[in-house]
Design a protein around this ligand. Structure first.
Ligand code: FAD
Length: 390
């Protein structure tokens, strides 16, 4: 076991930090208020090779892995972005990049990976439906084969980044649940054009993560060529598991960076703020202990996430680690933001002090992309060997 960072990783972190510092807290506050995607930052990250960090060199990427992607995300999150930046890396580098790199065919890799790496092309993923969230195998969006094409109909919900995406990774059934032996069979992945008139999207008003819009999506008689299928028809769930584990790793990286950022804001404030006896509030254990405890939890989550990412990059099973890291990071990052707000008293509630945005955004990750309860179900069942409870 070697916990030392490579020279390449140290340089990668330094490089991305320089860009991240140009797009700090004020930039994100403004983008959040305007409900605008961070185009300037995203295009600079693309030009400098950070979006394609895990894409192979053959297709224009840096040829590194998810562990380096996690480091890039942490730097961005702690420089001001907060947890939303994990979502940005979910959308294009993971839903597009990781899925196509692992399971796409040669033509799909040649067409899409270089444009993903450069930041020219954005992706989103449509899995969740009004009646299929945690129970994602219950999706009913259906792709009916007709000659060389599929005709797809269905409804999706909470689809993030549709408004900025060129392509959608669309998850649909090609065989009904009742007609297959295992519920995981009969699911297929398609790469579809978001601007096809058969797809319409309606924004959902939400609590936070305003730089990444989320929509209800309606799909009516969408015609997709069979060449736009990823891998084999009906085997999509197996491919999707890889995408979803990578999604947990990037989410956790965003949460770790957010924890570090909120801790810093709280600590800095507590060292300045004097309330009684000419003593800064940071001198009180009542202020210190919760922050110290959460700092320990964030560090543990980071370590577990690096392990998950390392396993992922070696093509080894990583589901238990990726889920565990996400569980710990989601809880700890939310608690840090909440404590940071408490430490700042009334000022924590003011937009000017930034913590309120971090707090609003981070709440999402207790229930998405996978909820705390579903991770506990996973750990009980897969790690502890207990019976499935549902
Ligand atoms: C802002 C936002 C962005 C999103 N972006 C995307 C996206 O880009 N693409 C996409 O496909 N989806 C996206 N999602 C969907 C997200 O993945 C789902 O919301 C999530 O999987 C939970 O599903 P649900 O909302 O239907 O909750 P439900 O599945 O209805 O669960 C409701 C509650 O019941 C609990 N619960 C359910 N079953 C059990 C059980 N067996 N044991 C214990 N507790 C249980 C859950 O943990 C949860 O607390 C997004 C969601 C949000 C809010």
């Amino acid at each position: 076991m070697n916990f030392e960072m490579t020279q390449e990783q140290i340089m990668l972190k330094e490089g991305v930090r320089k860009i991240a510092q140009k797009y700090g807290l004020e930039y994100w506050r403004e983008k959040d208020a305007q409900h605008e995607f961070v185009n300037e930052l995203w295009s600079e990250l693309g030009k400098n090779g950070y979006i394609g960090v895990a894409i192979s060199e053959e297709y224009g990427g840096a040829g590194l892995g998810l562990i380096e992607m996690a480091m890039v995300i942490e730097e961005l999150a702690k420089s001001g972005a907060g947890s939303t930046v994990g979502q940005l890396f979910m959308l294009t580098p993971v839903f597009g990049g990781v899925t196509i790199e692992l399971h796409g065919n040669k033509a799909q890799k040649q067409e899409f990976l270089p444009k993903i790496a450069s930041g020219e092309m954005n992706f989103c993923m449509a899995l969740t439906e009004p009646n299929a969230g945690s129970n994602s195998l219950e999706i009913t969006t259906f792709a009916k084969k007709e000659g060389d094409h599929y005709i797809i109909n269905g409804q999706k919900i909470w689809i993030s980044g549709v408004n900025i995406a060129d392509k959608m990774l669309l998850v649909a059934r090609t065989a009904k649940k009742e007609d297959v032996q295992k519920k995981t069979d009969g699911i297929s992945l398609f790469l579809v054009d978001v601007d096809d008139p058969a797809i319409t999207a309606q924004p959902i008003e939400k609590v936070g993560t305003h730089t990444v819009r989320s929509d209800a999506v309606f799909i009516e008689n969408l015609k997709v060529h069979k060449d736009d299928l990823i891998g084999e028809e009906g085997k999509g769930w197996r491919y999707l598991v890889d995408t979803l584990n990578a999604e947990r790793i990037v989410t956790t990286a965003g949460l770790v960076g957010t924890g570090e950022l909120a801790l810093k804001l709280a600590v800095d404030y507590s060292k300045e703020r004097v309330v009684f006896n000419n003593t800064p509030i940071g001198a009180y254990q009542g202020i210190q202990f919760p922050l110290a405890e959460l700092s320990a939890e964030i560090n543990v989550a980071q370590l577990m996430n690096y392990k998950a990412a390392w396993l992922y990059d070696q093509s080894l099973p990583n589901g238990a680690e990726a889920n565990t890291a996400k569980l710990i990071a989601g809880k700890a990052a939310f608690q840090v933001c909440d404590r940071a707000m408490q430490v700042m008293g009334g000022y924590g509630y003011a937009k000017e002090y930034h913590v309120e945005r971090l707090w609003r955004d981070v709440r999402l990750f207790k229930m998405a992309p996978v909820s705390e309860e579903m991770i506990l179900n996973f750990i009980a069942q897969h790690n502890l060997g207990m019976p499935r409870s549902y």
